[in-house]
Ligand binder design. Structure first.
Ligand code: SF4
Length: 228
């Protein structure tokens, strides 16, 4: 899946943006070679916990090629994951930095960096095929999903419904600390816990809307639900 994903060019606006950013670079990274392609999920493919963000940051994952790596959002997320035992180290700087995740995979509903961190509805819908595929691969082991922000929540719930979990109507609302237990459509599967957490963007972490203690609390609950 990853090999096909990193060749994807289905969204012309995002392809143009990710490549423009990779060419022009930020001054602080001018000696680096940017990834400038779709960023695949990070973590084991037999994970029991999936963390779903929004999209790669232009000078973060679009530069390093790994989810939440090389930007402030990732600094906050991996520090919290390390604090609760889900990450081997509290920092994520580049592929090859030694970071590993315990039973956890991190992905995004949109795999290419969007201008202003805002994908369009069409881009979200176009990229959903990759989320469908990732969920299909993870389904045998998946027990819990932690969604960072309302965008991921809005994208994930219909995807889960299509993948065979009984998502109620009307759909459960996103909120920090939201928790929904979805029953499987077939009895061969375990129920799936879905948790909501404010996104780890600077908008939330710099303003105190989201604190490290709040992230760790939701991560702990999601990790327990996933049997980690
Ligand atoms: Fe492909 Fe998704 Fe990137 Fe669009 S956002 S080009 S569908 S990988």
């Amino acid at each position: 899946m990853d090999r096909a994903l990193i060749e994807c060019r289905r969204c012309p606006r995002l392809v143009a943006w990710r490549e423009q950013v990779a060419r022009e670079k930020r001054a602080a990274f001018r000696d680096e070679t940017y990834w400038g392609r779709p960023v695949p999920g990070f973590g084991p493919v037999d994970a029991s916990l999936l963390i779903v963000g929004l999209a790669p940051a232009a000078h973060g994952a679009n530069r390093t090629g790994r989810m939440f790596t090389g930007d402030r959002s990732g600094d906050v997320l991996y520090a919290a994951m390390h604090a609760v035992g889900l990450a081997s180290q509290p920092t994520a700087t580049a592929v090859g930095d030694g970071l590993t995740l315990r039973g956890t995979r991190i992905t995004a509903p949109v795999h290419c960096a969007p201008p202003q961190n805002r994908p369009t509805t069409r881009e979200r819908d176009t990229c959903r095929r990759w989320l469908d595929e990732e969920l299909r691969l993870l389904t045998p082991t998946l027990r819990a999903v932690l969604v960072l922000g309302g965008f991921g929540w809005q994208t994930l719930l219909p995807t889960l419904r299509a993948a065979g979990w009984a998502v109620p109507t009307p759909r459960p609302k996103f909120g920090h600390g939201a928790h929904v237990l979805l029953e499987p459509a077939t009895p061969q599967r375990d129920p799936l816990h879905v948790f909501g957490c404010y996104h780890v963007s600077q908008q939330n972490t710099f303003t105190g809307r989201l604190t490290p203690a709040m992230i760790e609390s939701v991560l702990t609950a999601a990790g327990r639900a996933a049997g980690l």
